[in-house]
Write a protein that binds this ligand. Structure first.
Ligand code: PLP
Length: 434
């Protein structure tokens, strides 16, 4: 045995770093035992996890397949080409010559690259207001997007809580944006991408659609595709798409060179090759016929949950959902979103507090919670489980100050979760406190 084989280099994590190992085990148990209802989260397959934890983490690979600034990239080229080809196949639309860049480290970097490909510093962008469901990178003043560009916003209507495309058009005519960006972090209705492209064309803007939340639904045919409407489509790969934590840009061939230059060297250095490999695996999974069934079930579960919550007296923003998530106006029952998040957490149900449109409460104590079904659908849960979960949510919120009731619900939640196992290698609880 060499010296190195005997050193910490060769030890399993549990021996090399018991503290980190324990935290990972605790997180594994948390994911198994609770109900993960954060709308932007999901569980990747064993195969995606394996690729993400592979030796490709060791590789530098600035550049693109066949045009690298480093040697030893022959296998990196294999996985990047697989990821690119599969992404194009997954989101293919007849008559559209699609280009894919699979290197963005995240959704935010995908958006930064998309802007960089078509905008100059100071140009006007028009996005959905964060307070109405948009994302920070769509022009918020604290984000690079609000600092480098001149941000303008559209909103949802107060009465319908849906995007008003006529209003969007009049704002676009008034503000002359160079980019209109669609997509959201908290919007539960179908996007009208064709209408958005008409508006963009009318004012001479490019249309960028950030489909981060709904990419898996688009891939599975459960939401209309922005491809063919938007000149650039960006996405995260870890939400409904069920891949590793990362980003992707799709664009028309005419913008391919500008997008590639904007990702590298514009926004990033070397790609995370292990994550590119994991994206390739995830895209292959999403190309299988059962992924379409998965996408449909996400929406069916979301609709079932929304209807059951409404039957329990909860107000759902815009009156329901067409996709994987909903916003619940808990403040209409006198409960702050922050209180609801805490109480549900104690009951083993993970959600996040969220502003609702025209929220009278501040961002850290907003009026709503955002609830999503992608992760539970991955575990195999269906409409009947959604009905039970709606009952638990109602009971937990009503009993938010009663820790005994919340603990009892947590026990019931754990029992149900056990019937929907996740990773086969799950181990028994460790004793090390974290
Ligand atoms: N775009 C949208 C619509 C999002 O919801 C998110 C993240 O939640 C992002 C972009 C940013 O993704 P990331 O966290 O990978 O930077």
């Amino acid at each position: 045995m060499t010296d190195r084989a005997q050193s910490a280099f060769a030890l399993p994590l549990a021996q090399a770093d018991p503290e980190v190992a324990a935290a990972i085990e605790h997180e594994t148990l948390r994911q198994h035992e609770g109900l993960e209802m954060i709308a932007s989260e999901n569980f990747v397959s064993e195969a995606v996890l394996e690729a993400a934890g592979s030796v490709f983490t060791n590789k530098y690979a600035e550049g693109y397949p066949g045009r690298r600034y480093y040697g030893g990239c022959e296998f990196t080229d294999v996985v990047e080409n697989l990821a690119r080809d599969r992404a194009k196949q997954l989101f293919a639309v007849p008559g559209v010559a699609l280009h894919a860049n699979v290197q963005p480290h995240s959704g935010s970097q995908a958006n930064a690259a998309a802007y960089m490909a078509v905008l100059e510093h100071g140009d006007t962008i028009l996005g959905l207001d964060l307070a109405h469901g948009g994302h920070l990178t769509h022009g918020h003043k604290l984000s690079f997007s609000g600092k480098q560009f001149r941000p303008t916003f559209y909103t949802v209507r107060k009465d319908t809580e849906r995007i008003d495309y006529d209003e969007l058009e009049s704002i676009a005519v008034r503000e002359h944006p160079k980019v209109i960006i669609g997509g959201a972090s908290a919007y539960s209705r179908i996007w009208e991408f064709g209408r958005m492209r008409q508006i963009a064309d009318k004012v001479g803007a490019k249309l960028i659609i950030d489909m981060a939340h709904i990419a898996g639904l688009v891939a599975g045919g459960a939401h209309p595709t922005p491809v063919g409407h938007a000149q650039i489509v960006t996405t995260t790969t870890h939400k409904t798409l069920r891949g590793p934590r990362s980003g992707l840009v799709l664009c028309d061939q005419e913008l391919a060179a500008a997008v590639d230059r904007a990702v590298f060297p514009g926004q990033q250095g070397g790609p995370l090759v292990h994550i590119v490999a994991a994206k390739a695996v995830a895209f292959k999974e999403a190309l299988q016929p059962d992924f379409a069934a998965y996408a449909r079930q996400i929406v069916a579960n979301s609709k079932a949950l929304s209807a059951a919550l409404q039957a329990g007296g909860w107000r759902i923003i815009s009156g329901g959902t067409d996709n994987h998530m909903m916003l619940v106006d808990v403040f209409s029952q006198g409960i702050l979103g922050s209180e609801a998040e805490l109480a549900l957490g104690k009951a083993g149900i993970t959600v996040n507090k969220n502003a609702i449109p025209y929220d009278a409460n501040p961002p850290l104590k907003p009026s709503g919670i955002r609830v999503g079904t992608p992760a539970l659908t991955t575990r195999g849960m269906k409409e009947s489980e959604m009905h039970q979960i709606a009952l638990w949510i109602g009971k937990a919120l009503e009993s938010r100050n009663d820790d005994a009731v919340l603990a009892r619900i947590r026990g019931e939640v754990g029992e149900m979760a056990n019937h929907f196992p996740l990773y086969a290698w799950r181990r028994e609880p460790v004793t090390t406190a974290v």
